[in-house]
Write a protein that binds this ligand. Sequence first.
Ligand code: SUG
Length: 446
Amino acid sequence: MNQFEVNFDGLVGPTHNYAGLSFGNVASQSNANAVSNPKEAAKQGLRKMKALSDLGMQQGVLAPQERPDVVTLRRLGFSGSDSEVLQKAAKQAPAVFMACCSASSMWTANAATVSPSADTADGKVHFTPANLTNKFHRSLEPTVTGNILKATFPDTKYFSHHLHLPDNEHYGDEGAANHTRLCTDYGHAGVELFVYGRYAFDGRQIAPKKYPARQTFEASEAIARLHGLSEDNVVYIQQNPDVIDQGVFHNDVISVGNQNVLFYHEQAFHQTDKVIDEIKTKFGDNPLHFICVNSADVSVDEAVKTYLFNTQIITLPNGEMSIIAPTECEESQAVSSYIQKVIAMDNPIKSVNYFDVKQSMKNGGGPACLRLRVAMTENELSAVNPNTLINDDQYTRLVAWVDKHYRDRLTLNDLQDVAFLNETRSALDELTQLLKLGSVYPFQQN
Ligand code: SUG
C-alpha cells in the first residue's frame, strides 16, 4: 500500500499584519507595525502549495481563523454592537485589540501535534491541537483549530481528535513545531522526537534566561500519552536554552527531520551526544543520516535570519529528497553554499527549491512554519475531506477567492471597521463552502 506525507499549509487570513506580538521571535519584534499585504501573503502561500503539488506531492490546505476575534473581545468586557466592540477595544486597549486581530493561525506547524497510525496503540492518526499558551494572541487559536482539523479529517474510523492540553503555562504546547518524526518509510513505525524548552514541575532544571521556553517537557509527555505512543518509539529532547535566548523560539528554527534524515545545528540540543545515541538505539539498524551544521559554517544568528532549518525536507515521488527553502537562504552566501554542500554529500537530499514567503518571514514564519505534516496510508488519505486537497482546480478557485476578498494593504483603521469584519466573515463563509468544512467559526454557530 502507498504511504504519503501530506503537507497541510495554512491559508493566510485576510487580516495578516505585523504587530510585534511574539517576544523571543526576533523577526516579529523587529517588524512590528510594518505595512502588511494580506493578498500577497496568501498568494505566496498558495504558490508554494501549488508548486509542491506540481512536484507530485500530496498537498492540503487548512482554513484560517476568524479575526478580529470579537468573541474574545466580548469575553474581555468590551460590549455593544460588533462595531462598538471593535471601536472600544481599539481605543481603550490597542495592544489587546491587535492581539485579537493576528492572522497567526497561518503557521500551521503550530496548529497541532500529529502521530501517524503506524506509531499509535489503536492504529489511528492522532491529532492534538496546540494550546499555544505562551502568547496571548496564539492562545486564541486551539478551539477553532480543533474544529477545522475535525472538518478536514472527519472519519473517526481513521482519525482521533483530542482536546488541546489544559490552558496553562505548565502545559505550554506549540504543536508540530517542536515535534519531528524519523522513519524508514512513512507507513512504518517511526521514532517521534519531542523537543521541549523547560520543565514545568521541576524548577531545578536548566532553562533559558532571556526569552521564554514555550514548550514544556510535561506537555510533550502528555501528548505522547494521549496518542498512545510506545516509550521505545519516543525520544524527549531538551532544546539548548542558549539558542532559545538567541531567538530560536521553536525547534523547527534550528532542526528539521524527514524519514531517515535529521538536519540540525550543532547548538540545537542540550546534551547532543546523549540525544543522538538514544535516537540511534531506538531507530534500530536501518541507515540514518545525521547532518550536523557547525557554527563555523552557519552561525545560529545566520540560521535564525535565513531560516535554514525552517526548510521542509520532502521526499519526492522518485524517492529523492528536496529542500524547500525561503529565498532568504538563497540570498545568503554562507547558507546557499552550505545547502549546495549538503546536496553534494552522501545523503538522500538531492535538490533545493527556493520560495518567496517574505510576508510570512517578516513575522518569523518560514516554509516549515506554514505546514502541518500528516503521514497517511492510502486508505487514510482517501478518508480526508477531498476539498482540502490542492489540485489545479482547487488552486484556481482559492486564488480567485483571495483576489475577490483580500486587500493588498491593511491599516489599523481597516481592522476597526465593522464593514471589514463583515467582509471577512462573508469571505470565510464562502471558504467553508469551497472547502466543504461545515460550520467551524463562532460567527457560523450563533
Ligand atoms: O508564534 N509569529 C509566530 C511565528 C510562528 C512560527 N512558527 C514556527 N516556527 N513553527 C509566533 O511567534 C507574530 C505575530 C505578530 O507579531 O504580528 C507571530 O505570531
